[in-house]
Every structure is written in C-alpha cells, then in structure tokens.
Design a protein around this ligand. Structure first.
Ligand code: GLC
Length: 408
C-alpha cells in the first residue's frame, strides 16, 4: 500500500514538474499550418532539449490578438512566445507586453518590415515572414476564354463578366472574383489596396479617390455580381481560399500562404493557378497591403532564456527556408531569397517577391487598431448595401477626427 502511495505521489510530482518546465508558444492558422508547426517545434525540442507546448489559435488576426491580449493584460506567464500580426506589433510594444530583445543581430532582416519591431534603438520582436496581397488566377480559364492576366481592375471586371457568364452554365454557383469583405482586419487590407490604386489614402478618407474605390468594391458584389453575396458576411482568408480551391472562381485576392494549399495533391485546382501582382485602376498605381507575422517574447514569461532560444531558432535561416518550402511563407531575411535549393523547388517565390514590391504599410500610428475598428464597419455597411459610399466615408472621417484628437 505504502509503495503504491509513493508511486502515485512520485508520478504526481514528476508530471507537475514536467508541466512547469514547458515553454508555451501561441500560433494560429490553417490546420495544415499548425500540423507543420508541430514538426518545427519537435525539431527545436530535439535540438535544445526544451519541451514546448503549442497553444493553438484561430486563423483570424483579430481573434488571435484578442486571445493574446486576455493573457497579457492579466500578466499571465503563458504563452512565453507568440506570433504577432505586423498590424499590432506597435500596440503590443506600447502596452509593455514584449520583452526587450538583447544581443540580436537584426541586420539580415528586411528593413521595410523590421521598423515595426523597434522603439527607438530597442528591439522587441523579429519578423518571421513577409506577407502581401496577391492576385491568384486560373491559368486554364484565362486561356480558354482568351483573357490576359489583368493589370487593371477594369480588365479584371471585363474578363470576369465574360467568364462567369459561360461558366455559370456548368456551375450556377461560380463567381469570378473572391476577396476578403467580412468585417475584420482583412477588409482594411483590401480597402487599402483599392484605395491606393485609385490614388486615395487612409489619411483623407472622404476623398473622391476613396469614393471611387469603395463604390467599385460594392459594385463587384451588388451591381456586376461577380463576387458572391456572402463576401461581406463571411469571406475571410480561409473562406476565400477554399472557394477558389474548390474550382468555383476565376480570380482570388489572398496572401502568399494560399499557393502551397492550392497546389496540394488533393486540390481540384492543382497546377492550374497563376500568381500576379494585384491590378490597379486604369491610370492608377498597383498596391498590395503589407502584412506578415512577427515573433516576440512575453514580458511576463518566466522562461525568458529558453524563450529567446526558441525565437532565435524560428527566425534562423534554416527555419525560414523550411517555412517557405512547406508553407509558402515569404522569408523576412534577405539571405534566404538567394538560396539555390529554395529557388529551384519554389520558383514562384520570385513572383511573390515581385508582387511584394508594390507593398504599402498600414498607417504606422500607435492607435492603428482603433482606427481600423472605426473604419471597417462603415466599409462593410456599404458592401452590405446599408449605407452609400459617400455617407459611410463622411461618417467614418468624422469619427476618425475625434479619435485622432483623443490620441494626439
Ligand atoms: C494576413 C496578414 C496580416 C493581415 C491579415 C488580415 O494574416 O499577414 O498582416 O493583417 O492577413 O486578415
């Protein structure tokens, strides 16, 4: 009996201790991405002998931020390490949630994305990959209907109308163009792209250029009907990706991660997809929202030394190369783009890099999240047909003015 009691106590103590020694990392994304993360983490565990628990988060950036903010504002020890959207790194630094990173050589990283990780000379995070909005298209359908890859939105519309009319005979649920229109951060990215390519910006919301951009977005759904009606209720990255992947669309606006998934063994569009930079309005300039995810360490972590080892491992040349090859994530280190094996196995990286030359950042003000939360309901209400574009932009601008007064 005594022996049994001893064994039970021993097991209890041992398992509690084991748990305490675990490092926790919060990552989100598609099931395929999370599956690959387990492999990466296992490699780290073997290399460093440090046990790591993966805290699985959803794919939606807003939900991921909310999830982390709950733990961080309560100063919880876990997660020790987490990924952050480029759009909210500044907010996390300002909130005091990130541990300052010391003894790190940040010179291999692309300057254009690294700036968000710094406050003055201090470094608080490192970029894991660079994202930008891309146009995916069906090569076979463009060829069949004699369309070229569109460089303007007007061309995209013209070809979409032609193809949709014909393809509907085969599939009544075919829609030519899918993009992110649900009310969340992804919609801000799409709006920024249309706005910039019409000559507008988020600094002057109720401008004629923005009016043109927003009217066009609405008309894609409500007038030309080449984008599905659930664009403004449901369409986030994954909904859009799955729709296109099922072979039900001609064009798709999405991020770099979609490429590998579209070309998976069981994908109905495998081998039929092309990548191009997003079009511009006629006479305007191309624009692609600068996205991407960064890694940081919690200021409340009780395993900062181990956490730093994990962070260094994740942003290393080798891991970034693996993430590019297996998940299609665009490296944030300049040197990885020179990798011969990567270029051979993943030649599309060149196309992605080319499209990313048009990348434009979201406003780098510390209250960007609040700004986005003001603007997106108005944009979404226009897509839903509840407000007209002028009314929506005027009201949003008025609210933004108040917000700016509060934060400046
Ligand atoms: C992608 C981008 C990110 C962006 C988000 C919007 O995850 O990398 O920067 O904010 O999409 O949904």
């Amino acid at each position: 009996m005594k022996v049994l009691l001893f064994l039970v106590l021993f097991t209890l103590i041992f398992s509690c201790k084991k748990k305490e020694e675990q490092l926790t990392i919060a990552v989100g994304g598609t099931p395929e991405e999370i599956r690959y993360w387990s492999q990466i983490i296992e490699e780290f565990e073997k290399k460093e002998g440090i046990e790591v628990k993966i805290l699985r988060q959803p794919a939606d950036t807003d939900l991921r931020r909310h999830g982390l903010a709950v733990s961080l504002s309560a100063k919880e020890k876990d997660p020790d390490v987490f990924l952050m959207d480029i759009a909210w790194v500044g907010f996390f630094i300002k909130s005091g949630w990130l541990e300052k990173l010391r003894d790190i050589d940040s010179s291999p990283f692309i300057e254009k994305v690294l700036f968000v990780d710094k406050k003055g000379e201090d470094l608080y995070a490192l970029p894991l990959f660079v994202d930008c909005g891309l146009l995916y298209y069906r090569k076979d359908l463009l060829e069949k209907y004699n369309c070229s890859v569109p460089s303007t939105w007007e061309q995209l519309l013209e070809c979409s109308l032609k193809v949709q009319r014909q393809e509907r005979k085969r599939d009544p649920k075919f829609y030519a163009f899918v993009w992110q229109g649900a009310q969340y951060e992804g919609l801000m990215c799409v709006f920024l792209e249309f706005s910039t390519s019409a000559g507008g910006s988020l600094d002057d919301l109720d401008s004629a250029a923005n009016l043109k951009a927003l009217s066009f977005m609405r008309d894609l759904i409500r007038v030309y009907a080449i984008s599905p009606p659930n664009t403004y209720t449901e369409m986030k990255e994954e909904e859009v990706r799955r729709f296109f992947q099922a072979g039900k669309a001609l064009f798709e606006r999405n991020w770099s991660y979609a490429w590998i998934l579209h070309n998976m063994e069981n994908s109905p569009v495998k081998g039929k997809v092309g990548i191009a930079p997003l079009p511009a309005f006629k006479g305007g300039k191309r624009a692609s929202c600068l996205g991407g995810w960064h890694v940081g360490i919690s200021a409340f972590s009780d395993k900062k030394e181990e956490a730093l080892k994990l962070l260094k491992f994740l942003v290393s040349y080798e891991t970034q190369k693996k993430l590019a090859l297996n998940l299609g994530w665009n490296p944030s280190r300049r040197d990885v783009y020179e990798d011969k094996e990567l270029l051979k196995k993943f030649p599309q990286i060149k196309k992605i890099k080319e499209a990313c030359e048009y990348a434009i950042p979201r406003p780098s003000v510390s209250y960007y999240i609040q700004m986005s939360e003001v603007i997106r309901p108005y944009i979404n209400a226009v897509l839903a047909g509840r407000l007209n574009p002028l009314e929506a932009l005027t009201k949003a601008q008025r609210e933004l003015n108040l917000l700016e007064r509060t934060y400046r």
